[in-house]
Design a protein around this ligand. Structure first.
Ligand code: IMP
Ligand code: MG
Length: 187
């Protein structure tokens, strides 16, 4: 554990591991896509931290990005999902003919990313690749794979580095498994 950091929860992925993996991921993306400019579509709110780090790593490795944001949320209470996803763009450039890199925090059931990717493909981009920081393959219930994955993880509910529990803990600079005592107690 990094000695100089205060950890509210035991870290699953520490800041230094995140930084190292994001840099390596940028290298994998450059190796696969080349260095022509891309247009990033980042899903809010969860992907905001990962996106900020990844686009800077990509820039350092020679890919420049335009950045668009999309608020995507799936209907349904708790862990139950009805299969519908609402999407709201914050302004938007045309994606036609563009090289799109779709970024999310975590690939869980796959519903959100599969619906968003489907919408993006309707705009006839030149390409659409998906990158996620975390992947929980055991939770998948629609067919969806990411082209680039930061860390595959087991089926735990995680927070930090953009990921929330009831809008809390997005600001943690590391990823942690949400401890049972931190659930629905308001803490
Ligand atoms: P999917 O549509 O089931 O793949 O869900 C993706 C979304 O669910 C992510 O973008 C997150 O907002 C949320 N999510 C899934 N698993 C977790 C988790 O472990 N912690 C925090 N949010 C999660
Ligand atoms: Mg969320």
């Amino acid at each position: 554990m990094e000695a100089d950091l205060h950890y509210q929860f035991p870290p699953l992925i520490e800041p230094s591991e995140l930084a190292k993996r994001v840099k390596a991921l940028a290298g994998e993306i450059v190796a696969a896509l080349g260095t022509e400019p891309i247009i990033v579509v980042a899903l809010l709110k969860g992907a905001f931290v990962f996106t900020a780090d990844l686009v800077r790593a990509l820039s350092q490795q020679g890919i420049s990005s335009e950045i668009e944001f999309l608020i995507a949320s799936s209907y349904g209470a708790g862990t139950y999902s009805t299969g519908q996803v609402t999407m709201h763009w914050l302004g938007k450039s045309s994606l036609a003919g563009r090289r799109v890199l779709l970024i999310d925090d975590i690939l869980d059931t796959g519903l959100t990313l599969s619906k968003v990717k489907e919408q993006i493909l309707k705009e006839n981009p030149a390409s659409c690749h998906v990158v996620v920081l975390l992947d929980k393959p055991s939770r998948r219930n629609v067919q969806m794979t990411a082209d680039f994955v930061g860390f595959p993880i087991d089926d735990h509910f995680v927070v930090g580095y953009g990921l929330d529990y009831a809008e809390q803990h997005r600001d943690l600079p590391y990823v942690a498994i949400l401890p049972p005592e931190a659930r629905s107690s308001g803490s």
